[in-house]
Design a protein around this ligand. Sequence first.
Ligand code: F58
Length: 862
Amino acid sequence: SIDTMIPLKSRTLWNKHQVKKFENPDQFEDRFISHVETNLGRSLYNCDDLAAYEATSMALRDNLTIDWNKTQQRITARDHKRVYYLSLEFLMGRALDNALINLPSHKGDNSGTPSRDTVQQSLDDLGFKLEDVLQQEPDAALGNGGLGRLAACFVDSMATENIPAWGYGLHYQYGIFAQKIINGYQVETPEYWLMNGNPWEIERNEIQVPVTFYGYVDRSNNPTSSTLSPAEWIGGERVLAIPYDFPIPGFKTTTVNNLRLWQARPTTEFDFAKFNSGDYKNSVAQQQRAESLTACLYPNDNFVQGKELRLKQQYFWCAASLHDIVRRFKKTNRPWTEFPDQVAIQLNDTHPTLAIVELQRILVDLEKLDWHDAFNIVQNTFSYTNHTVMQEALEKWPISLFGRLLPRHLEIIYDINWFFLQEVEKKFPKDVDLLKRISLIEENGDRQIRMAFLAIVGSHKVNGVAELHSELIKTTIFKDFVKFYGPSKFTNVTNGITPRRWLKQANPKLAALISEYIQDPNDDYLLDTSKLTKLTQFADNKEFQDKWNKVKLENKLKLADLIQKCYDGQDIINREHIGETLFDIQVKRIHEYKRQQMNIFGVIYRYLAMKELFKQGLTKEQVAKKFPPKVSIFGGKSAPGYYMAKLIIKLINSVADVVNNDPQIGYLLKVAFIPDYNVSKAEIIIPASDLNEQISTAGTEASGTSNMKFVMNGGLIIGTVDGANVEITREIGEDNIFLFGNLSENVEELRYNHQYHQKPIPKELEMTLRSLESGMFSPENPNEFKPLWDAIEHHGDYYLVSDDFESYLATQELVDQVYHNEQSEWIKKSILGVANIGFFSSDRCIQEYADTIWNVEALKPE
Ligand code: F58
């Protein structure tokens, strides 16, 4: 036991002064005031909302830290296997409300146990509004989009499911940029999210992990000079990795896991050469460079750039994390062969693939294990999640760049490849083409390391993130690996989302209505989401439908407020008609494959068709029959260097300008672009949707997760047969989703046809593109949007907008008809969606990972 190492006298004293959690409102108030007056150095007289946010957060963090300590001690005492989730991105959003929801009794049950309600009451008594206090918190936006938010949902679920798990990532000073829209264009501004400090993190200066770059490999002590035997890497540059720890609470459990984010710091090492030459300024500059290593998140979504600093970030993070993991394992005094019984490491995409190589280096060079024994351990430890089949998002590193930064790691990769190719050759003799295709090194032109291939070879399991996607990777990008390893190395874990944040926190009114009707006053359905199916019995119930509708209306009003704020007070949405106005929403990163361009083309077509009817002399009422009131809402960031995506943003804003200011159209059609889409805005936007757009070209969106969030909030999907839409349809029933468009199995042929035959463009699209060309939306520069019509008409229409446009419009027409003429049917679909979305809880994902990939069991608090 760890206890016996501490003298009895000290133990007794520590026990006597055991720190206690606040366990009732009075104790919370005590903590709150104490934090205000000591940690913040403020008082009753100058405590503003920000200070109230900080003090509330510190009080909650105290509680979490106490449980955090217990959780960690329990895992260590039991010698339990730990899961490490390595992700370069954690898109956490805000922490305070989440912590409040996870309080032991989250509803006022009069027992005095603290809950969100009692904290709200206390704050009220102290003179603060919880709503305003929550607004003080900046989003922790350390991610780009789906991949980063998935990691955040997963750490939430791992804690809730009592899986002993740590997340490892980087402590960026600047997360994703803040997006401003100026004259319709995206402008990126840096967001220093730590401006006011961060009450949720614990900086651990007592842990400093040195990380090395560059230099050379020294083999002078190694007579065989084989790369397979231990070598010494003499590094050229050295920085320190300092951890920042974030407590991750679970729901209805006292398990608190850890999210550890590393930050780079200069070493205090003293450069004599520079000192002696009197070059003090330069040695300071060099130290400052160290800190810039983790300064900023790369803002690309589904695209890789291949920059040296990015590779440095990756190695820095992998080396620091593995050092930590290995140190923890070594304390158990177990033999190395047991490492995979104690440690499971999940690679969130290929960004942490270097961890595979680093562990092999540690085992061979530092721990002197036999090369093959070491690699066995490595393979049994790691598993890899793929999130894309798109070529431009698959990581490859030029050998020259890589070898300069990490000379010893390059040798190890060559050796891994050498043994791997020998096995391939043994199984498929003389298939030179196969060897070329499957090699970890791409040999055409500039030689590059294929990181996905390295991740496959170094792992025991590879998974895709939705059924369709997991099948696609087996038949396309990883086909040869299926041939070599057999299909069992490849598996599927369909993505999920945490219902705590995406239902309870984002949509408290809907959550309350649900718990009332399914008679679940303790919100157990947030743990066992299959309980949501009890809603089915109320799908036709008039009274329930009315209440359901009322919640939606309130959420739409809240979104209308947000939009008004974004448009400097200009009220775009007509509140009088809001109940009959369909909110059609597409929020996600802007990317051609996600096809926001098709959405806005649909809006333009609708506008042109409406104008035509007016021209024919129809009245507003008559036009409304054909085109009932609708708001098209967009949100999302473009990568700063992605020209086409930025042009799509500009087009949306230009169309909004014209349409919103057309008095003839009025409230019948409005367009809004919400700037700076992020997690906390998503929590307002998603609950307000009637319809949401999941319209990627079939086969391109690996899973999508906002599709799940929208349905969980009573939104209906208009979507293609892509990603998780397929399984959502299976779960909620095809009557409750609007599917359209070509199937993924036809995409290749359609693209081929575009290349070799001039296919006529459907007339509705033709009309739309010509309106762009006429300068209708860019009178000063009619050619502004030329690249958008050229992409379709002259560059092969890679994303198949022209192939799907007609069925998209037809399906939108069907949507209008159901929404306006069969209101009760619409609400029924909405209810049935929520009733059957339970499968997409990220708790289910974590159970699948735990059972089929990590081989780890829950460790419940006693
Ligand atoms: C996303 N990938 C997928 N990548 O596009 C989406 O379908 C899926 O639901 C989600 O992962 C979760 O599995 C994604 O977000 C990135 O943003 C990477 C960031 C770093 C560079 C490469 C793309």
